[in-house]
Structure formats: structure tokens, C-alpha cells
Design a protein around this ligand. Structure first.
Ligand code: KG4
Ligand code: ZN
Length: 349
């Protein structure tokens, strides 16, 4: 089988990503180029993603990004063999932009389309790192919308071991951060604020830590953070939250919240490794960029002879490379059923 070129488009939420991946006969797919535009600055003023604004901005960005990627890879558009797009989950309007552009390209070039599950993109993203994993492995998927543990036996062979029953881990970071007056998206901001803080300064719940299964619950954490802020008299008080004399206390609260989330993620990951007997774990999704999570998971796994794999830091959050890669790996595994270009479908849920 000859090498094939896959163009991937991601537009499920607030990042527009485009990438070119080449499948190598008998080898791992290779990333030729990728480009990304983050809408974070645009949504920051609203404290969260505004779906309509997200869709409009994807429309503005996607073609210039595609041009950039093709130029960087020195590939002419007609050389592309397959066009992959994020099919879901995500914001319907935002997804439709990537799918619509993919479809237009497919019609114009007479090339097939492949819709990719956003989480499969995250899950497979460590295969683009310098230290790619081997199957089988446990996967901890931690993003703004999902928190799942999976057993992964190969491309397309995924078994759900456990997941959150309410908020996702990223949501727990973001909602706690918002209560503390930090900008959107709160995860990285809360993590930065937490540096040097005392992790035991505030009592916070570790829900379902001893539930005996591999499910998670994070909604109670946000409520507990809120309760602490009410007791301090700082809830919805931007001036109090920004006051320099209160900073040390907020640093402690951030450190305590982060420690609670990370402890649950690490303990459940270890339980999943124990249950499956596997000696390899992949961490993917935006929260996988969290430094404390990486430190604690690395430490715990080292002691147990477990290998931990991460995507490269810049591929932890949403990007087009993981979508092109997932499509390429599906294609190589003989799992892809590319669509004729005149039809496309998005699955927001
Ligand atoms: O995977 P992702 O980019 O988008 C989704 O598919 O949801 O993940 C975004 C999430 C957000 O909740 C963000 O706050 C969180 O990942 N995040 C972090 C860090 N970087 C991103 N959370 C904690 N620490 C970080 N360093
Ligand atoms: Zn994502």
C-alpha cells in the first residue's frame, strides 16, 4: 500500500486546527505540518465559549490555516487523498464548519471524507510523540468535557472502564477557577496560581475515591470551593478576590482544589491499571497538560513499573493533528469507511 496524505480539520469547540499527516507503508503515520488558532482571547470577555461566535470564527480561520499547512508541508491540495474532520462531540455549529469545509474540499477534489470522534483523536495523540505507546494500554482521557478511563487494545478497540457521573475534571478546574475570579479557561490559571500553595489548607472532598468502581464525580468539589468562598465572604466579590492581602489564601485554595482533583485522577488510574493488569497508561486531553498530575502519576507509576505516555504538550489540548492522525491510523488498520464527499454528518453528543 502506498503512502497516503490525510488532511485533518478540528473545529469542535474554541480551537480551529488543520493538519497534514502521511501514512507510511509499514510504519507509524507522520505529521507533516499543523496549524492552530485559539479563540480563547475572544471568549475570555464572556467567561466561557459563546457558540455562535465560535462558529463564525472557525469560518474565518479554517481556509487560511489549511493554506498555511499545505504551504509548510509543500503539498498541493490535489495531492490530498482523504479529508478528515471532527464529527463530534462538540458544539453543533462549530462542528458543522469543519464538516462543511471538509465536504466542500471533498466534492471539489473528488476525495472521500472521514468523520473522526474527537476523543479518539485525543486518545491516539501520544502516537505523535517521540515516545509513542504500544497496545494494549489504559487510557485516562481528561478534557473539559470528558473524564474517562478506557482499556485500549488497538485502533478502534476501546472498552470503557469508568467515567464521570457529573462534571469532567477540566470542568472542575474551570468552574473552581471561575469562582475564584480567574480568567477562562481556568485550568491552567488555577494551576499557575496554586504554585507554592498548601494543599491541605482547605478541606475538600475526594468524591467516589473509595467507590469500588472506576467512575468519577467532581460536582461536589466545585460546591465545596464555593462554600469556602462564601465563608470567607469573597463569593462574587471581584475586589476581595483581587485584593493582594487575600492572595496567599487563594493560592492555598487553588492548591487544595488542584490536589483534590489530581489525587482522584491518580488513584483511579492506578486502580484501572490494577484491574486490567496492564503496565502502560496513556494520558490525553487538556488536563493532561497539568504539571501536578504528570508529577504524581509519573511517581506512582514508576514505583509500580508502569510506563506513562503523554502527547507532546502542545498537542494535549484540541488540535488538527490528532484528527488527521486518528483518520490515518483508522485507514491503516482497515477500519475506515470513508464517505462519498456529498454527505457529511456531525454528532454534537
Ligand atoms: O482537551 P481540551 O483542549 O478540550 C476539550 O476537548 O474539552 O481540554 C480543555 C480543558 C479545559 O477544561 C482546561 O481548563 C483544561 O483542559 N486544562 C488544564 C490545563 N491545561 C488545560 N487543566 C489543568 N491544568 C492545566 N495545565
Ligand atoms: Zn478536546
Amino acid at each position: 500500500t502506498a503512502a497516503r496524505l490525510v488532511l485533518g480539520i478540528e473545529s469542535s469547540c474554541d480551537e480551529t486546527g488543520v493538519a497534514l499527516v502521511r501514512t507510511e507503508p509499514g510504519g507509524a503515520p507522520r505529521l507533516l505540518a499543523h496549524a492552530l488558532h485559539s479563540q480563547i482571547d475572544m471568549h475570555q470577555a464572556y467567561g466561557g465559549v459563546v457558540p455562535e461566535l465560535a462558529s463564525r470564527d472557525h469560518i474565518r480561520r479554517v481556509v487560511p490555516l489549511a493554506r498555511q499547512v499545505l504551504a509548510e508541508a509543500q503539498v498541493a491540495l490535489p495531492e490530498v487523498d482523504l479529508i478528515a474532520y471532527t464529527q463530534g462531540p462538540g458544539l453543533a455549529g462549530a462542528l458543522l464548519v469543519g464538516a462543511g469545509v471538509a465536504c466542500a474540499l471533498g466534492v471539489a477534489l473528488e476525495r472521500p471524507l472521514l468523520g473522526v470522534h474527537h476523543l479518539e483523536g485525543h486518545l491516539l495523540s501520544p502516537f505523535l510523540s517521540a515516545d509513542p505507546p504500544e497496545f494494549p494500554f489504559v487510557a485516562l482521557l481528561v478534557s473539559g468535557g470528558h473524564t474517562q478511563l478506557m482499556r485500549v487494545d488497538g485502533v478502534g478497540r476501546y472498552a470503557l472502564l469508568g467515567e464521570t457521573v457529573d462534571d469532567a475534571a477540566g470542568e472542575a478546574f474551570d468552574k473552581s477557577a471561575k469562582l475564584m475570579g480567574l480568567p477562562y479557561p481556568g485550568g491552567p490559571h488555577l494551576s499557575r496560581l496554586a504554585e507554592g500553595g498548601r494543599t491541605d489548607a482547605f478541606e475538600l472532598p475526594r468524591p467516589m475515591l473509595h467507590s469500588g468502581n472506576l467512575d468519577f464525580s467532581f460536582a461536589g468539589l466545585k460546591t465545596a470551593v464555593r462554600t469556602h468562598l462564601v465563608r470567607l465572604g469573597w463569593l462574587d466579590q471581584p475586589e476581595a478576590l483581587a485584593a493582594p492581602e487575600h492572595r496567599a489564601t487563594l493560592v492555598d485554595l487553588a492548591a487544595s482544589a488542584q490536589a483534590a482533583i489530581v489525587e482522584v485522577l491518580v488513584k483511579k488510574s492506578l486502580a484501572a491499571l490494577k484491574q486490567t493488569g496492564l503496565k502502560r497508561i496513556v494520558v490525553a486531553g487538556g488536563v493532561g497538560a497539568n504539571r501536578l498530575l504528570r508529577e504524581q502519576l509519573n511517581q506512582a507509576c514508576q514505583r509500580r513499573g508502569v510506563r506513562v505516555h503523554y502527547p507532546e504538550l502542545h498537542l494535549c489540548t484540541d488540535n488538527g493533528a490528532m484528527i488527521a492522525l486518528a483518520a490515518a491510523m483508522r485507514l491503516q488498520a482497515g477500519l475506515a469507511e470513508p464517505q462519498r464527499a456529498a454527505t457529511f454528518e456531525v454528532k454534537p453528543r
